[in-house]
Design a protein around this ligand. Structure first.
Ligand code: CUA
Length: 366
């Protein structure tokens, strides 16, 4: 009876341990494909992430060797010198000056050897290079805003950058602490209200790199994502030229024009800027569509001028995988706080037609 109970308990313990181990091992997924693990720090794509991993791996292997030696020594000692009947106490080494000095000097040498390249890397990653392109990154609850001071471009959610050129991100926050992190391009750095922090970013190949806000910043922190898109020289120039164009006014009578009317009538202009030319603004106002230019300090939603040139929206959280761009946009416009809890974009109780027209208009903002 007693033995059966003990056996059952042992089986239960083994099952639990195996389950826990299996659960922990799920964290070690396949790191070889960037789509399965878009936030892997081991998928380095530029010199700054390479610099970090160039430190990480040697330190990791040194630590592994030390771990094996120390833990192995403990196991051997515990087994070899274990208490057995008739055994005398082993020879004690407390106060052995030679041993004390040896095991103080060896770790000191190892730590000093690690410290030199570490401190060097910390300083190298702190200052931007002389040829870097400045981009201002502003954190908001819950999305990232990008300003390109050289070209006057304002964008959101996707940090577009030229391939092979360093971007010097000059970062701050509009509200609370955020943390900008594109693991393939560099480590994390805080965005602090009232302060400027720097982050060097560079991608060696054209491509898309995923990121995330890495500091708890309120209700929808977990949905505050980021993207970096690295473009070839020709694509970069085309992007800049397209972004510098003012917003297009849709033709009257189209769904896009009706969407612009919804935008003007529903109070969206209180938070969202759209960069119409001055002439277009005056003409629109004469037609009863007031779309005033927002002063910078009033600005607290993403600039919508070239909205559909970005493949993501709502803090790079949408579109939902598998749902598609327009269906996700439709869900978002219908009730933003339901999708992103705490969102400052309110539920405007838009009708289905209003939502479809808005989608048509946003789609025309390429
Ligand atoms: Cu912003 Cu977390």
């Amino acid at each position: 009876m007693m033995r059966a109970m003990l056996r059952r308990r042992r089986i239960l313990r083994v099952t639990w341990s195996a389950g826990l181990l299996a659960f922990l091992l799920t964290a070690c997924g396949d790191l070889s494909t960037s789509l399965d693990s878009p936030l892997s720090t081991f998928e380095e794509a530029g010199p700054f992430s390479q610099r970090i991993n160039g430190l990480f791996w040697p330190v990791f292997w040194v630590a592994t060797v030390i771990f094996v030696i120390v833990q192995g020594g403990i196991l051997v000692a515990a087994f070899w010198f274990r208490d057995r009947p008739g055994r005398k106490e082993p020879k004690q080494i407390h106060g052995n000056a030679f041993l004390e000095v040896t095991w103080t000097v060896i770790p000191t040498i190892i730590l000093a050897a690690i410290a030199v390249p570490t401190v060097q890397a910390v300083f190298d990653l702190t200052e931007c290079g002389p040829d870097a392109m400045d981009v201002e990154i502003i954190g908001h609850q819950w999305w990232f805003e990008y300003h390109y001071p050289d070209t006057g471009i304002t964008s959101a959610n996707v940090l577009v950058m030229p391939t092979g050129r360093e971007v010097c991100a000059r970062m701050t926050s509009d509200d609370v602490l955020h943390n900008f992190w594109i693991p393939a391009l560099n480590g994390k750095r805080y965005l602090v209200p009232g302060q400027e922090t720097l982050l060097r970013l560079q991608a060696d190949e054209p491509g898309e790199y995923w990121g995330h806000c890495a500091e708890f910043c309120g209700l929808s922190h977990s949905l505050m994502r980021a993207r970096a898109q690295s473009l070839s020289d020709a694509d970069w120039k085309a992007w800049v030229a397209a972004q510098q164009e003012p917003a297009a006014v849709p033709d009257e009578g189209t769904a896009a024009y009706a969407g612009l009317e919804v935008f003007a009538a529903k109070g969206c202009t209180a938070c969202h800027n759209v960069d119409f030319s001055d002439d277009d603004r005056i003409a629109l106002e004469a037609a009863g569509l007031a779309v005033p230019a927002l002063a910078d300090e009033a600005f607290n939603g993403p600039d919508l001028t070239h909205f559909s040139s970005r493949n993501v929206f709502a803090g790079a959280y949408l579109p939902y995988e598998g749902l598609g761009y327009e269906d996700s946009l439709s869900l978002w416009l219908a009730n933003p706080p339901e999708i992103k809890p705490g969102s400052y974009m309110p539920n405007l109780n838009l009708t289905g037609d209003e939502i479809q027209n808005l989608i048509a208009w946003l789609g025309s903002n390429s």
